[in-house]
Ligand binder design. Structure first.
Ligand code: 4AD
Ligand code: MG
Length: 460
């Protein structure tokens, strides 16, 4: 919509990057601050298109000047005027207002008055926090990175596939699923009476379906929400998170590791180029040296070490861990962070984990004890990627399922793929929120997704 008939509207980002002054333009946005002088006022206007504000100068001769008294922090306005060289320092352009419309005032209780608020407070105010510099920057970066993920896979010949959110099977076998039901309390009690006539839940992963599609399209990926009812109230777990899951036929574990490393480097590079202004904010206020750390991710191959060697490094480190590392135990976050933050000082890929701590679908190695799994660990976060080469041999897959006490019946369609043109294939899952934590230095997963879902937290 346009409030003023004869002037084209621009975003703040477009105006601030203009190479010349522009007469008669419209811009719309929200007021960050107002400074009044005797016969004019300065408005700092932000429209979300970029971090920077546009300074609007409203002289008493401008139409709508009488509204200035009602324009407070948080108000929405539309302004028509001329983009002129700024008299002030720190910005190239000002908008000299000719015509001002207040589309929505903000009451004195508007929570984002000038002083800085804590992350904890802003979590409780998630309905407005995207209007702060930090969260505006975060969600712009999030959008740009999502786009860069699609671009990366498209260039590598991967097709974007949509796998179901509602599912009857547990891909990870960890039993952390949210039930989906239409049964009323006190209504039917058996699955027969329920909507799907069987057990139904929100998916923890699109992998099993992605594997089927990889057997048709060759290379595919999903990028969608996943749900886990892990009752672990940590800074790195959300009940609802977004996962990127590529799956490629004729890939082995080494191809899989390279794909994960290339994806990360490609998206980080894209963010450094396209989100420079927003990332600089995180470098300045969240993690000093962030940009150097990110540049360091770009140009090297990440070390790849077998799980057994990781355990050796940990036990030889002389470090006192809360959980003592030993062969057969899963790596805890403290172990993962030690490996990449202190020992290698780089992301690191750990592979060939004991089969006892990994899901049924991972390919059994010739030693009979380990599987062709790989986790990519990064500083600040720990596990960013979990993946594997998949078990393509029917007999081995069946015996693994039996070992784990999994019923084969719910997986009949998955097992068919092993009977009809089975082939080596591999894939991984990359947690998008964890990627954003690594990228911005933000240490809590609740602060990289607009409306986080965590235990006992379902507001907004
Ligand atoms: O290691 P995970 O559980 O692997 C899978 O789900 C496989 N099906 C992936 C595949 O091979 N296609 O999860 C993959 C990644 C983790 O490394 C982590 O980054 C992220 O998903 N993740 C979570 N992120 C936020 N909150 C949670 N509760 C997460 N659980 C996993
Ligand atoms: Mg994992």
């Amino acid at each position: 919509m346009n409030h003023f008939k004869n002037s084209p509207s621009f975003s703040v980002k477009e105006l601030l990057s203009s190479s010349s002054s522009l007469p008669q333009v419209t811009v719309r946005g929200w007021i960050r601050t107002k400074r009044d002088s005797r016969d004019f006022s300065f408005l700092e206007l932000n429209d979300g298109s970029c971090l920077a504000n546009l300074q609007v100068v409203v002289q008493s001769t401008a139409k709508g000047y009488d509204l200035i008294k009602d324009i407070t922090t948080g108000s929405a306005v539309a302004v028509e005027g001329d983009l002129v060289e700024s008299q002030g320092r720190g910005q190239a352009w000002d908008l000299k207002a000719k015509n001002l419309v207040l589309t929505g005032p903000a009451g004195a209780d508007y929570p984002l008055q000038k002083k800085r608020q804590t992350d904890e407070y802003l979590r409780e105010m998630a309905h407005v926090r995207a209007r702060t510099n930090k969260y505006g920057a975060m969600f712009r970066i999030r959008s740009e990175c999502a786009w860069a993920v699609h671009r990366f896979f498209r260039e590598k010949g991967f097709f974007y596939v949509h796998t179901p959110i509602i599912t009857g099977s547990d891909a990870e076998g960890a039993g952390e699923m949210f039930r989906v039901t239409t049964l009323k309390e006190g209504g039917g009690t058996s699955f027969k009476d329920d909507f799907f006539g069987q057990y139904a839940a929100l998916t923890v992963s699109g992998q099993l379906e992605a594997e089927l599609l990889a057997h048709a399209l060759g290379r595919v990926y999903t990028f969608g929400p996943a749900f886990r009812a892990e009752n672990s109230n940590t800074a790195r777990h959300a009940a609802e998170f977004w996962m990127i899951e590529p799956e490629a036929a004729f890939f082995d574990l080494s191809d899989d590791m390279s794909l994960a490393q290339n994806l990360i480097q490609s998206v980080v590079r894209f963010a450094l180029n396209e989100c420079a202004e927003d990332l600089a904010l995180f470098d300045r206020f969240i993690e000093q040296g962030l940009l150097d750390r990110l540049n360091g991710l770009l140009y090297s191959d990440y070390p790849r070490i077998p799980y057994a060697e990781a355990i050796r490094i940990l036990t030889d480190s002389g470090r006192k861990f809360e959980f003592s590392p030993f062969w057969g135990a899963d790596l805890a976050t403290e172990h993962e962070r030690f490996l990449c933050e202190e020992h290698f000082k780089s992301p690191v890929i750990v592979f060939d984990y004991p089969k006892t701590i990994k899901p049924f679908y991972m390919r059994l190695n010739d030693d009979g004890q380990t599987v062709a799994a790989m986790d990519l660990l990064v500083p600040k976060v720990g596990e960013l990627v979990g993946g594997s080469q998949r078990e393509e041999r029917t007999e081995v897959l069946l015996s693994r399922m039996a070992e784990l006490g999994l019923k084969t019946e719910p997986y009949w369609w998955y097992l068919d793929s092993r009977r009809w043109g089975s082939t080596p294939h591999a894939g991984f899952g990359l947690g998008f929120e964890r990627f954003l934590m690594m990228l911005t230095g933000v240490s809590n997963i609740r602060d990289v997704i607009p409306f986080p879902r965590t235990p006992k937290n379902l507001a907004f």
